[in-house]
Ligand binder design. Structure first.
Ligand code: FAD
Ligand code: FES
Ligand code: MG
Length: 283
């Protein structure tokens, strides 16, 4: 159980894992996530279920190395097993057929976006996708998103592929063109989702974002993932992670996201000092 059946490096420090988890695969829906531990003394981290196959009994996750645990996860190889994997967690995103949905993804956000765009597409909605990355090299899920979209636009921060600038520039241009849009889904770094929600507010278009606050238990008990939405306290792990982007208090969320920067920096330094690459030892 929890064995890694496939591992693929998609871009520098971004790795896709297909893991044998039949019970999770049987119930997974777009918007669900899992919480895993790399080894039995490791911390718990949430990752979105980017794909699932109930017949094979597998789920797919894409992880970006940003700190100790995601770096440690990247050292696992095919045949290794995760210490544990809990899920599917969260409330699946409500997806119904609409005339036109615009899916705006920033960076790694395209991986969680994929199952949602696919569901909209399968239901017969027109899917327009805008995908932003730092550079062409960092662009992932290109072919997969093209298969489930009627139109895809790209942007890169350095101009190496597509529009030179922010992915939200593409969104604004599209809305300004007067095309009818029923819903926008935005997934990516918090500043990008906040920017997307600001753009769509001007046009009065419904906007769903997928939040990524710090989570511990993932079942609504620890309070770590508290977010304020429309003035009400919500727990992203059970009430979300998808919320109305026009109602999210992004400033509060961004401040809460930085609560443990010092501890995270120390953990990463210790991990590096003891030699990246050894996956078994607790660090
Ligand atoms: P650290 O150095 O410990 O932390 C780096 C930053 O990551 C922190 O500053 C904080 O902002 C964030 N973070 C740290 N611990 C947690 C935690 N327990 N929960 C949430 N955020 C944390 N990342 C992916 O690469 N792929 C995904 O598909 C993905 N899906 C996510 C889905 C949800 C619902 C949530 C809440 C987060 C998701 N993340 C995803 C983010 C991922 O969980 C963090 O990048 C990871 O926990 C960082 O751990 P670390 O030890 O490597 O980094
Ligand atoms: Fe603990 Fe949501 S992660 S309440
Ligand atoms: Mg960590």
């Amino acid at each position: 159980m929890n064995e890694i059946l496939r591992k693929e490096v998609l871009a520098p420090r971004i790795t896709e894992f297909e893991v044998y988890a039949p019970e999770i695969a049987a119930k997974a829906q777009p918007g669900h996530f899992v919480i895993l531990r790399v080894h039995e003394k490791g911390e718990r981290i949430p990752l979105t279920i980017a794909d699932y196959d109930a017949v094979k009994g597998t789920i797919t996750m894409v992880s970006q190395e940003v700190g100790k645990t995601t770096s440690q996860l990247a050292t696992l190889e095919v045949g290794d097993s995760l210490a544990d994997l809990v899920g599917p967690l969260g409330t699946p995103m409500h997806i119904e057929k609409v005339g036109c949905v615009v899916c705006v993804s920033g960076g790694l956000g395209v991986a969680p976006m994929y199952p949602k765009a696919r569901r909209f597409y399968e239901l017969g909605s027109k899917v327009v996708s805008f995908i932003g990355a730092q550079t062409k090299e960092m662009l992932i899920f290109k072919e997969r998103m093209e298969k489930v979209s009627h139109h895809v636009g790209y942007s890169t921060d350095d101009g190496s592929f597509g529009h030179h600038g922010f992915v939200t520039d593409l969104l604004r241009k599209f809305l300004e063109s007067g095309k009818e849009v029923d819903e926008v889904v935005a997934i990516g770094p918090l500043p990008m989702m906040r920017a997307a929600a600001r753009v769509t507010r001007d046009f009065g278009v419904k906007t769903v974002v997928s939040l990524n606050p710090i989570m511990v238990d993932g079942t609504g008990m620890c309070g770590g993932c508290r977010v304020t939405v429309g003035g009400e306290v919500k727990f992203a792990c059970v009430d979300g992670p998808a919320f109305d982007g026009h109602k999210v208090d992004f400033e509060e969320l961004m401040a809460r996201q930085n609560r443990f920067l010092e501890e995270e920096r120390i953990a990463m330094e210790r991990f590096r000092a003891q030699g990246e690459g050894c996956k078994c030892q607790e660090r």
